[in-house]
Design a protein around this ligand. Structure first.
Ligand code: UGA
Length: 449
């Protein structure tokens, strides 16, 4: 099937590449011509494991075509995936102007019927607005547009694996014809007819997932309800962690035991600096806003958001307690990305930590395997190092802000020899307090004695 992807950001890049790997002919476009030129030259503008391999293969097999000519891309595809950004406005409400712009473009450029699929994360009822917009903008033609919602559940860092091995594929449609088209698009994924870059052709059993057909409104709600629930879970674990500190319990033991109950599950109960990234913080706000507009008070989500914002305050209480005066101290930050295996620094807790340290007059040295270039542009006053050991040399304290494997595996004895003071304030609970003490470190983490 011929597909068009509009928007070559993170979601569009992964969606386009993986659908091409599943055997479809995919035409990708973006208003950012530089990005298209980069992709045409075979360069991937983001760091995402396996994406480069999948893209290379799709390009070699001529399954993926990048073009800055959006009209041409729109005319070529039978199905158009809208993957443009929906950033938050000041009020928390999602800004849907890019979706509106794309709807106008599709309506004016299309020469035949299209199924228009919203893949961008949007608040409920956007699909209905999209359908209205398409018919309003195409009122002088008699082209038929169908609309579908196909929310993505990709996690940055494991997005390619998530696409090929989904727990569920949710498709919201208005009729059986659209459902049949979406089933055909995803059949190669569900039937495992693709080369899996993650498992190199030997995918484990039972990782096929299922396709759920729903209404458009339900599909949109499923996305927000899922992300918000995960954010709630993290904030819950963080409150438990604060409680553990007060009463002398260990949050790792508590959440581990809680998670063994299959009704709760072990994931997303990791206490620490809280959630960042471009999904949870903005989705939770958009969901609160949406609920408010239809008269539902989502107090619970506001509380989760408040807990998350306070994580940085809680971290600074620890930093102040351990370091006393911050001004003039040399502090090493390990990890800048909002989580491991990505170069994404949007709403990253580490950046807020860095901003406050610089404001308080610390000399900040930092490292991250992928996110340094982006951070340098925001904080030219900090010093950046490729090597974690060079970052730690001469430091009065090490602050661990992202759970990269390379930090988990650091040789702290070696690092400690060059630090001014053996002090680690761990925002991600990466190390055993006992082991760190044995190595002569003063070690603080979240919710552990
Ligand atoms: C999230 C969802 O997990 C995806 O299912 C969804 O598709 C995506 O948003 C999206 O809407 O596009 P992502 O933002 O990539 O994915 O990252 P997560 O792995 O969910 O982590 C989010 C944040 O929560 C990170 O800052 C992470 O460090 C933090 N986190 C996660 C915790 O603090 N504790 C945990 O136990 C888990």
């Amino acid at each position: 099937m011929r597909l068009t992807v509009i928007g070559c950001g993170y979601v569009g890049l992964v969606t386009g590449a993986c659908l091409a790997a599943a055997g479809h002919e995919v035409h990708c476009t973006d208003i950012d011509e530089k990005r298209i030129d980069m992709l045409k030259a075979g360069k991937v503008p983001i760091y995402e494991e396996h994406l480069e391999d999948v893209l290379k293969r799709a390009v070699a097999e001529k399954k993926i075509i990048y073009t800055a000519n959006s009209g041409e891309a729109i005319r070529t595809g039978d199905v158009i995936f809208i993957c443009v950004g929906t950033p938050p406005k000041e009020s928390g409400e999602a800004d849907l102007s890019a979706i509106d712009h794309v709807a106008r473009e599709i309506a004016t450029e299309a020469r035949g019927p299209k199924l228009v699929v919203e893949k961008s994360t949007v608040p409920a009822l956007t699909g209905l607005q999209l359908r209205k917009a398409l018919s309003a903008y195409s009122r002088t033609s008699d082209i038929q547009f169908e609309v579908a919602s196909n929310p993505e559940f990709l996690r940055e860092g494991t997005a390619v694996g998530d696409f090929f091995h989904p727990d569920r594929i949710v498709v919201g449609v208005e009729n059986e014809k659209s459902a049949a088209i979406m089933r055909e698009i995803y059949a190669p994924i569900l039937e495992r007819r693709f080369h899996c870059p993650v498992h190199n052709g030997t995918c484990p059993d039972g990782s096929g997932g299922q396709l759920l057909i729903t209404t458009i409104n339900s599909a949109e709600l499923i996305k927000h309800a899922s992300n918000s629930f995960l954010a709630l879970k993290i904030s819950y674990a963080n409150v438990i962690s604060d409680l553990c500190e007060r009463i002398g319990a260990d949050v790792e033991q508590v959440t581990h035991a809680m998670g063994l109950d299959p009704r709760i599950g072990t994931q997303f109960l990791k206490a620490g600096l809280g959630f960042g990234g471009f999904c949870f913080p903005k989705d939770i706000q958009a969901f609160i806003h949406l609920a408010g507009t239809v008269g539902v008070d989502f107090e619970m989500l506001r509380a989760a958001e408040k807990v998350n914002k306070q994580r940085i305050d809680r971290y600074f209480e620890k930093i102040h307690k351990a370091l006393w005066v911050i001004r003039g101290k040399r502090v090493a930050i390990l990890g800048l990305a909002f989580k491991a295996n990505t170069d994404d620094i949007r709403f990253a807790p580490a950046l807020e930590v860095m901003r406050r340290l610089l404001d308080e007059g610390a000399e900040v040295h930092a490292t991250d395997p992928e996110a340094m270039a982006k951070t340098k542009a925001v904080f030219p006053n900090a010093k950046f190092h490729d090597d974690p050991y060079a970052t730690l040399a001469g430091a009065d304290a090490a602050l661990v802000c992202t759970e990269w494997k390379v930090f988990r595996e650091l040789d702290w004895d070696r690092a400690g020899k060059s630090m001014t003071r053996r002090l680690v304030i761990d925002g991600r609970n990466l190390y055993s307090p006992k082991k760190m003490q044995e190595l002569g470190f003063e070690y603080y983490s979240f919710g552990r004695p």
